[in-house]
Design a protein. Structure first.
Length: 153
């Protein structure tokens, strides 16, 4: 993989993941909450997540693969890389863990509660997802700023 391809794939994966979180959290969520009752809003979110989460998994694979490739190509090892690389790797790893929490716990429970028509419990799971996505969004924006300018600080 040449460096331009690695950088391009890395950037596209960030745009998909962080951009998707921004859209969902800042645009879709407030409109869905204001227009739809829980029996319509919660299945909507389940459907949105079922379409978005495979893209997040793919983005994670691409980010890790391209990130390590670029680091080893440029620096020979993580230890020799700039501090911004260490920060990006650390915050990115936290983002992956948070996503895995969302996917394997509240998202699975959300779907089960929707299947059971237990909308109050499903709403509780969606609230957990909203908070975790909000935190991940902040981390993703911070990592993006570090990626864009960190090397020059």
């Amino acid at each position: 993989m040449s460096m331009p391809i690695a950088i391009s794939l890395h950037l596209l994966a960030v745009i998909i993941w962080v951009g998707g979180m921004f859209f969902a959290h800042q645009a879709l969520r407030p409109v869905a909450a204001s227009l739809l009752e829980p029996d319509k809003r919660l299945p909507l979110w389940s459907g949105v997540f079922s379409r978005f989460f495979p893209w997040v998994w793919l983005s994670i694979v691409i980010l890790l693969t391209s990130g390590f490739w670029m680091t080893f190509e440029l620096y020979g090892s993580i230890a020799n890389s700039h501090n911004n690389i260490h920060i990006m790797l650390g915050l990115g790893s936290i983002m992956v863990v948070i996503f895995m929490y969302i996917f394997f716990l509240p998202y699975k429970r959300l779907n089960q509660f929707i299947s059971d028509n237990d909308f109050p419990s499903a709403a509780g799971q969606l609230a957990k997802i909203r908070k975790a996505v909000g935190f991940n969004l902040i981390l993703g924006l911070v990592v993006s700023v570090i990626a864009a300018g960190g090397r020059y600080w």
